[in-house]
Design a protein around this ligand. Sequence first.
Ligand SMILES: *Cc1c(COP(=O)(O)O)cnc(C)c1O
Length: 442
Amino acid sequence: MTSLNDCRDRDAADPLAPLKNLFDLPQGMIYLDGNSLGALPRAVPARVAQVVAEQWGRDLIGSWNSAGWFDLPRRVGDRIAPLIGAGPGEVVATDTTSVNLYKVLSAALTLVEQDEAGQGQSKQGIAGSTCTPRRTVVSERSNFPTDLYIAEALCRERGWNLRLIEPHEVQTCLEPDVGVLMLTHVNYRSGAMHDMPAVTAAAHAAGVLVIWDLCHSAGAVPVDLTAADADFSVGCGYKYLNGGPGAPAFAWVHPRHVARCWQPLAGWWSHAQPFAFKPGYEPAMDITRYQCGTQPIISLSALDCALDVFTEADKLGGMAALRSKSLALTDLFIELVEAQCPGQFELITPHEHAKRGSQVSLSPKGTLPSDSAYATVQALIARGIVGDFRAGDAQQPDILRFGFTPLYLSYENVGMAVQGLQQVLVNKEYALPQFTRKQAVT
Ligand SMILES: *Cc1c(COP(=O)(O)O)cnc(C)c1O
């Protein structure tokens, strides 16, 4: 079994170890929740202070030009692009994931409808050439709820259907009535990762457009939207990109689609000439069409600064190096949990590397009561080991969720976290009243 000393040896040999000095983490805390809110990069407070005091306080309105505020969504998008396999000028950092999903899903529905209308015209007069109209969006039942809510509302508005499937049905769900497949690459609960190129190719072969939500992928696992030939993508700025609470999200649209239709939130920032103040709408021809209105410059600046961490990581091997460390950390965590808490947890996250994101989810089993996941997480937090809890339902168990950010976590952190978990079980801390659900809700 890997000992704490072995962990320290692995840290000493880890080429990415210096990256953790770029973060300001509280002393004594082991932070395994970077998949929910990324940690604070050390350089961000000074950047935010400068933007506030100088760009806003001193230069005021002049900063729209002199500090490049207007172009910031596009420039930050260009810095996210290499992390997700997008080209320059193809990504904007803007709005929230939920809002961006609304924009790209709406555009995808429009493209499907436009294509059908075009085909209908070319087939006029051919007897019996009626095709099933594609009016169904397929997504996963276990997708993050906001994705499903947005899809439900949009389908309702546009007269489409939303069909929810299980992960293993992704390849078999592509029926003739399906127009759009909207998936999250790495599942927020299970940490299971889809095979993006294979799923996208299968969807295209069935005439279906694909939207990938990269909330739990961007900055955590290598992604290549271009190589996968995806159609649309959105993702989050405050998880593995460490942009801070409510950081702008991002949107990507394949260049073959970007100018083919309007997106529904046609605000002035998406106009071809926003400062012409014309009464009529003319969409920009590039990805800025997917902006809407004035953007949160202070938050965008924080995200911009946070992305400097990835510039440093590039010098040490970039996403490929981060991915191998992430897998090594999750492998180690799984190994140690099996060795130190034998029979107490079901591993929810796939064992297979190709199917695993950058997190490990566990559900209680054996002698550990099935309803103890919440209190176990609370007891760990009291020990300075911060993961999180996600409630189950009739279909899925309660889970303990641990995110492993290779930028700032060490092998020793993993060893100590599992030691803490073992202590929580041995001492039955999960049964203490201060950690059980009722008392802990604030
Ligand atoms: C975190 C997350 C979101 C968050 O959406 P917001 O609009 O930022 O609240 C959306 N989708 C998925 C899959 C996520 O993991």
